[in-house]
Design a protein around this ligand. Sequence first.
Ligand code: SF4
Length: 196
Amino acid sequence: MDRLGDFAVRDVVDFAFCPRIIYFRYVIRRGKERTPKMQMGARVHGEFSKNSRRRRLVEGLPKLRRRYGINLHSRRYGMNTRIDCVLVDDERGCAYPVEFKSTTKPRVLYKTHRYQVVMQALIVEEVTGMTVPCGYLKYLTDNSLTRVATTRKIREEVTEAVREMEEIIKNERIPGPTPYKKRCVNCFHFDHCRRM
Ligand code: SF4
């Protein structure tokens, strides 16, 4: 089957969490997904748009021109994204996406967070023609920051993820379930998935 419409960067994040979600979302097309985690994320993203909150949000980030709440479309990947903040270094021709998270900084950087920032970086490069050497994750609960380098290896990993997403949809192939069972606990697709 062909995919109708564009991907969102959220699809890449969910693929990193469990590839089977892409099958449910685009092949079976099961209802509108909503989880407690997504609701929390939406609240935070609503809050940062208030000017009064922004000063604290950008603490620790490089002092560059900032643009908030940027919507971008990638023709190359057929994908849309809304980026919380993009730092722009006009002198060097570089840009840096910043993603705000409503949690504390994890001990180990999550693959989902890494994929999100790198996918945003690839889209920023394509759309603006600027170089994106890294992106940032700002964890709001403990006000900490993680820098994510956009190495060649991680770029290849993320573009391969997009290729696999396309392949799941085109061939209507159901991927295996995630080996991490605790990820299934709050999954919107849990009831359906366990019957397959
Ligand atoms: S229930 Fe588990 S295996 Fe099934 S889609 Fe959700 S996360 Fe993946």
